[in-house]
Ligand binder design. Structure first.
Ligand SMILES: *Cc1c(COP(=O)(O)O)cnc(C)c1O
Length: 382
């Protein structure tokens, strides 16, 4: 049998090898070093923000952003229900209460419902320290619809752009929309440092404070002097070197994922009841939103497709193909069952009908064609 086809694998070439070797041979093996500084500069530039802080994970970036905005006990952070657990975990680390909001059809947060939820919480006298948006599956949420509505309510925005590096909305890069934003370089993301993340902001003071907290909150003294609790969240120089190489190849990796999306849309065009999450191959019709095409997600309408996602995924798995459910909404997670949530049923429907397909930039046309053929066989068999 041919090799297993994975959902989204790290895609590393001799470009990355060169930078990692350079870092190793330079002697900067200890945490921090010139590659970290360079990686921060280059990512900040690419993302259209004034500064960046390289960290051990995207979750760490979210945690520090929320701390800097004052999230803590007796405060609330409003965020989408449909997201990866890390978004909500970061809120929980601070002691703040997460309040979840449902999605629109492209899986991103329902902006009207989000603003309404914040207004309701404020009218109850609650302290909303931040709203977190999540740019899901490589697509920015609708920042045009959000506009300055949060600013007028006096609530800062944290953008979880962990899945969206290289995407844009209305000409602005993902990662530039909030007071602070988080990127992830986990192994399955659009680019990787094998594990890592970055905090982005135009607010250099916020970044400086986060930098201090990320290095065990060490005071400037000849000895180790501490006046508050810190974290060990910094990225190592070796991993930053991997990131510098990956960033150099980011556009080509996004281009390949876009081609894969096109191949899927062409391959499934005639299947009734199969739709693509989001705005098709190239963003929305007006060209306002540009995906980075991190993952291609399809949705199966149970009224016209007899096969449900779980059956399809089991069939694909048997054929050596990895496919997955969309993120299970947080309000359906046992750990968050008692949390407050503003729901419309959309994220539950998306979860029940959605499948993410192999989308990694290292996949060749033959492999995508194999996924298309197997999926067609499974969907059209009944
Ligand atoms: C991957 C991811 C994170 C966390 O990033 P790590 O680097 O794995 O900590 C946070 N939010 C979302 C939406 C993600 O997909």
């Amino acid at each position: 049998m041919s090799e297993r086809i994975h959902l989204s694998r790290a895609h590393v070439t001799d470009v990355e090898e060169k930078y990692v070797l350079e870092a190793l041979r330079s002697g900067w093996v200890a945490p921090l070093g010139p590659m970290v500084d360079r990686f921060e500069r280059e990512v900040a530039e690419r993302s259209g923000v004034a500064g960046a802080l390289a960290l051990s994970s995207g979750t760490a970036a979210l945690h520090l952003a929320l701390l800097e905005l004052g999230a803590g006990p007796d405060t609330v952070v409003v965020l989408p229900s449909m997201t990866f657990a890390a978004s909500a975990n970061a809120v929980a680390y601070t002691g703040a209460e997460p309040v979840f909001v449902d999605s629109t059809d492209d899986a991103n947060v329902d902006v009207d419902l989000l603003v309404e939820t914040v207004e309701t919480l404020l009218s109850e006298g609650r302290t909303v320290t931040a709203v977190m948006t999540v740019d899901l599956f490589g697509r920015c949420c609708d920042y045009t619809a959000l506009g300055d509505r949060l600013e007028r309510l006096g609530v800062p925005l944290v953008e979880d752009a962990a899945e969206a590096l290289g995407a844009s909305h209305a000409g602005r890069p993902a990662g530039s929309f909030g007071r602070a934003a988080a990127l992830s370089f986990n192994g399955n993301k659009i680019m990787t440092t094998s594990g890592g993340g970055m905090l982005l902001s135009d607010d250099l003071e916020l970044l400086a404070r986060a930098r201090y907290l990320s290095t065990q909150a060490r005071q400037p003294a000849a000895w180790y002097e501490h006046t508050e609790i810190g974290y060990n969240y910094r990225m190592s120089n070796i991993l930053a070197a991997l990131g510098v190489g990956q960033l150099e190849r980011l556009d080509s990796m996004i281009g390949r994922r876009r081609e894969i999306r096109r191949r899927y849309t062409a391959g499934f065009a005639d299947i009734e009841g199969l739709t693509f999450l989001g705005r098709g191959a190239d963003g929305d019709a007006s060209g306002e939103a540009n995906d980075n095409h991190w993952l291609t997600c399809i949705s199966l309408d149970p009224d016209s497709v007899a096969v449900d996602p779980t059956t399809l995924m089991a069939g694909l798995d048997a054929a050596g193909i990895e496919a997955r459910h969309l993120w299970k909404p947080m309000h359906l997670q046992p750990i968050h069952a008692d949390r407050r949530a503003a729901l419309t049923g959309v994220s539950e429907r998306l979860f029940a009908t959605g499948v993410t397909l192999p989308s990694g930039s290292e996949l060749g046309d033959e492999q995508i064609d194999r996924v298309i053929a197997e999926t067609r066989r499974l969907l059209l068999a009944s």
